[in-house]
Design a protein around this ligand. Structure first.
Ligand SMILES: [Zn+2]
Ligand SMILES: [Zn+2]
Length: 266
């Protein structure tokens, strides 16, 4: 399995991504590189073709030590030489990501913001706030699917009037909705309730994917393909369409016809 690490063009030391600066830095000579600049300088012509047979054996390209990454890990630190490794073969075996939203805050900054927002709630005990420490924070890249979905439907319903149940009216409605960039996590490792609470994701900050973004950080591959994750997206789209078609809590539905089509996925 193909494994690589970002090597410094100046001294061949290991480059790792520093969130605060948003750049790659060499742990040996201290040189810094923007990801795009580094990718331009280091030609990656050695991509194996997709037909390469599966091979779970992984060796550190720097020291040759054998490493045994977890099933969903996309990055690893070599236990022998300490280099930040990227399990690119494992990522390529799936659909390679189209883009990535790089971390905006490093651990100390994130911790400070988090403590502030807890303090602002006014009800969180100091003891808990003090327990929020950078060393307890973990930064991890999680794979997501992104869908564009078109939904249309018609409904006929009877709405019983609450104040006088003898009267009802018949109504017909039609709706067409376009959903763009619906995010859905692609892993069973993250609870859907949690990942939905984090929405909306800052897609304006998305950058074209490159392995360099992952260097020195924890990243995971997906274990739900685009069809599996789509089931949740479809349910949410149906719920939105239903709210649009029948904006009443209590009414009896006479007929309903809906049509949901995914238009694209990335
Ligand atoms: Zn260097
Ligand atoms: Zn090594």
């Amino acid at each position: 399995m193909q494994t690589e690490y970002c090597s410094c063009p100046g001294c061949s030391g290991n480059l790792v991504f520093r969130i605060k600066e948003g750049r790659l830095f060499c742990d040996h000579c201290g040189s810094g590189y923007d990801v795009a600049e580094y990718d331009r300088r280091v030609l990656r012509a050695d991509k194996p073709d997709a037909e390469t047979p599966e091979d779970d054996y992984t060796a550190c390209p720097s020291c040759g030590g054998e490493i045994s990454p977890g099933v969903l890990g996309a990055t690893e630190t070599c236990p022998f030489c300490g280099n930040a490794l990227i399990l690119s073969g494992k990522i390529r075996r799936q659909a390679e990501p189209d883009f990535i939203i790089p971390f905006a805050l490093d651990r100390p900054d994130f911790t400070e913001n988090f403590r502030k927002s807890l303090a602002d709630l006014g009800s969180v005990p100091d003891e808990i706030i003090r327990g929020v420490r950078p060393e307890n924070m973990q930064a991890r890249y999680i794979p997501f699917w992104l869908y564009d979905v078109r939904a249309e439907g018609r409904a006929a319903f009877k709405n019983p009037r609450r104040e006088d149940r003898r009267w009802t009216f018949l109504a017909e409605s039609a709706a067409e909705l376009e959903f763009t960039d619906v995010t859905q996590d692609a892993t069973t490792e993250l609870d859907d309730g949690l990942s939905h609470n984090l929405e909306p994701y800052d897609l304006n900050s998305a950058r074209p994917f490159s392995y360099s973004w992952l260097s020195g950080l924890d990243a995971r591959i997906y274990n739900m393909d685009d069809r599996q994750s789509y089931q949740t997206v479809r349910d949410r789209v149906i719920a939105s369409l239903n709210r649009k078609l029948i904006p009443y809590d209590s009414c009896s539905i006479i007929s309903r016809n809906i049509n949901i089509r995914p238009r694209s996925v990335s």
